[in-house]
Design a protein around this ligand. Structure first.
Ligand SMILES: Cc1ncc(COP(=O)(O)O)c(C=O)c1O
Length: 413
């Protein structure tokens, strides 16, 4: 079998739909300045599908610093991986500022969050250790777990009783192997928007010996009294042993970081293959990230605005009877019933007739017959945007219930 023939026949779970989805449902092009409104296929749309939570992507001070840093340093500097030739004072300054922000002893920057977290899992555990992880973990955690050579036990999403059972199993095993246990979960689950039950997980430390890694990609900057994230919100930041954040969401930039105690960060610095053997973050990105961190540490305004919009959107939709599942973060899933083509036609209607751009999630991410529209409120939205969206959602929900969306093919009016 020629592998190229094989992939011609089997395009993969997402790729199989590329024929009709490419450019519209998948790989759409949003153009213009990043804001509440952007252009899609030449038309201005109200956009609810970008993780610019704090509205910093187009903040004038951020844009100014990004421009000046690019002018001063270019995009090439530093050349090489941190360990060989890519270290700078600015990288270390950002790490120190992030440690102060996350209330941890030390921080390591990651050139991409995804590779960083997968690589951190790979570095932290060996064949004698056991990884225990939430079933709805992000793909980067799953990839990290896939590299693990020892046992891995999964627990159903946020099910603490089942986690307890898995920890009991893991403890028995590690008492034989002499290894340790790493529990992995998320601060905010990016699809359904519910927070990981960090407080309950941490309380299991009284019963079992384990270390806790939390992926707080959606929580950092958005949640907690000072925006420190889900650990701060649930008052357990000290008990998170390995704290991961990304620059790709609230920071509106790229890259990520891990904060932990000095011992752990020093170990990761010399053992994370994705960082030792890959180029470090460009200087202009590091300088831009310093500015973003300064803005949201010193000015709660951005976070307050985000929550004003998120609360108005969620309470408004709930008042109208929409099912938002179990979210307790800004991530706003709206659940409806229907098949894949109905979902596609509803999205076409939203975009073509109401100028609303949002993402949809269908089977296999959600069960068959469920349509999930996923809205990401940001500080760049207005209450007018919220009210308009709720009105339109009522209309499209009615059309869906009245079987007005074709169930077998996509219809562009
Ligand atoms: C929960 C979670 N973890 C990690 C990542 C990866 O982060 P990055 O975009 O910085 O690679 C994402 C991004 O979508 C995410 O949602």
């Amino acid at each position: 079998m020629d592998i190229f023939d094989k992939i011609k026949k089997n395009r993969g779970p997402l790729g199989q739909h590329a024929g009709f989805s490419h450019g519209y449902f998948t790989f759409p092009k949003l153009e213009g300045e990043i804001s509440n409104k952007m252009k899609f296929r030449g038309k201005e749309m109200l956009v609810w599908s970008i993780n610019n939570y704090l509205g910093l992507a187009n903040h004038p001070e951020v844009r100014k610093v990004d421009k000046e840093a690019a002018e001063e340093y270019g995009l090439s500097l530093p050349m090489g991986a941190r360990m060989m030739s890519g270290n700078t004072n600015m990288h270390e300054k950002l790490e120190a500022e992030l440690s102060a922000f996350t209330q941890k002893e030390d921080t390591i920057l990651l050139n991409y969050g995804y590779q960083g977290i997968a690589s951190a899992i790979d570095a932290l555990v060996d064949r004698n250790d056991v990884v225990v992880y939430d079933s709805e973990s992000h793909a980067c955690i799953i990839d990290g777990v896939r590299m693990h050579q020892g046992k891995r036990f999964v627990f159903p999403h946020n099910d603490i009783e089942k986690l307890d059972l898995q920890l009991e199993r893991a403890s028995k095993l590690t008492s034989q192997t002499g290894g340790g246990i790493l529990v992995i979960t998320e601060g905010v689950f990016g699809m359904a928007g519910d927070q990981g039950k960090l407080r309950e997980i941490v309380s299991l430390k009284n019963k079992y010996d384990f270390r806790l890694l939390v992926d707080d990609a959606h929580g950092v900057g958005t949640i907690g009294p000072n925006g420190v994230g889900t650990g701060e919100e649930q008052n357990v930041q000290d008990e998170i042993d390995v704290y991961f954040g990304t620059f790709a969401k609230a920071f509106a930039s790229i890259g990520g970081f891990i904060s932990a105690n000095e011992n752990v960060v020093e170990f990761l610095r010399y053992n994370m293959r994705s960082q030792i053997f890959a180029k470090s973050l460009p200087m202009s990105i590091v300088v831009g990230n310093l500015k973003r961190l300064e803005l949201f540490r010193n000015d709660p305004f951005h976070r307050e605005n985000l929550w004003k919009i998120a609360n108005a959107l969620q309470s408004g939709l709930r008042e109208k009877g929409f099912d938002l599942g179990v979210t307790n973060s800004p991530v706003t899933p709206v659940f409806m019933s229907g098949g894949m083509f109905e979902a596609c036609n509803l999205i076409v209607d939203l975009r073509e007739n109401y100028e609303i751009f949002t993402s949809m999630v269908v089977y296999p991410v959600v069960p068959k017959g469920v349509i999930m529209l996923r809205l990401i409120p940001t500080a760049a939205h207005t209450l007018e945007d919220v009210n308009y969206t709720i009105e339109v959602f009522e209309k499209v929900q009615q059309k869906l219930k009245a079987n007005e969306y074709d169930k077998e093919k996509i219809v562009f009016a």
